[in-house]
Design a protein around this ligand. Sequence first.
Ligand code: SF4
Ligand code: SF4
Length: 293
Amino acid sequence: MPEPLRIAVASGKGGTGKTTLSSALALVAAGRYATRLLDCDVEAPNAALALRPSLSEQRAVSIPVPRVDEARCTHCGRCAEVCRFNALAVTPRQVLVFDELCHGCGSCVWICPEQAMSESEARIGMLDAGTTETGIDFAQGSLDVGQSSGVPILRALKRWTPAAWRVSPRIEIRDAPPGASCAVVETLRDVDAALLVTEPTPFGLHDLKQVVAICRELGLPTAVAINRDGIGDAAVEDYCAEQALPILLRIPLERHLAESLAQGNSLIEAAPEYREPLARLLQGLIELAEAPR
Ligand code: SF4
Ligand code: SF4
């Protein structure tokens, strides 16, 4: 079965219009290809607001967290030493496990010299899936309140094939989490190209550089879209020229557009004149992804 061409839409910080663009790209792609959108922003998934999928399938995501047999434990402390996430505290009388900090890596269980640890499944979030009226296969992950790592949810989201979906989409769009965290790396890890959404301000440039560094490390073909074009200075453009990052779309700041998007409309509903520029953006990303490296 052929793999889809995977495009991630990311940004160094929230509020740049990343989800607006990923959902608009999915809508344009769906007019030409079998398309899937994964909302990977597990702390605040909101691509469903613009795409309005009918969600028909759901499953919980859990990770293995350690449980301690105090009768065997000698309180040696080795499990707490090996935990990189401070999810264990060993006192002379007991071992405390903070489930919400645990990443389920299993290191503590492996290192315990007394075999005093076992594992128990603990829920950390949910996956939801369905389809949209425009024919997009849609899924989102969401992290439970208080949980610290979205990475296991992203891994489950990427592996999941809900029954309602078509078998082999041509295009998969991923709406990445904002920032430059482990969850962003997990989202970008196996895509064919990345679109980075930024704004032409010093903050925008600072955050863009962080996510460009991740893309470079992963060897990803990368392009840029500038939102609120015209509000700041030319530093983002200069940086893109210096780094050979093509700027494939510019969206000027327009009040009517911002108001329509805030009401939950997609970019195409808010401004149908963007359909053609978005189609060119999609084509540019496909060409970038398929170019020999
Ligand atoms: S490594 Fe094992 S024996 Fe040592 S404190 Fe942890 S659970 Fe107890
Ligand atoms: S499974 Fe990993 S993250 Fe969880 S408590 Fe053990 S060492 Fe820490």
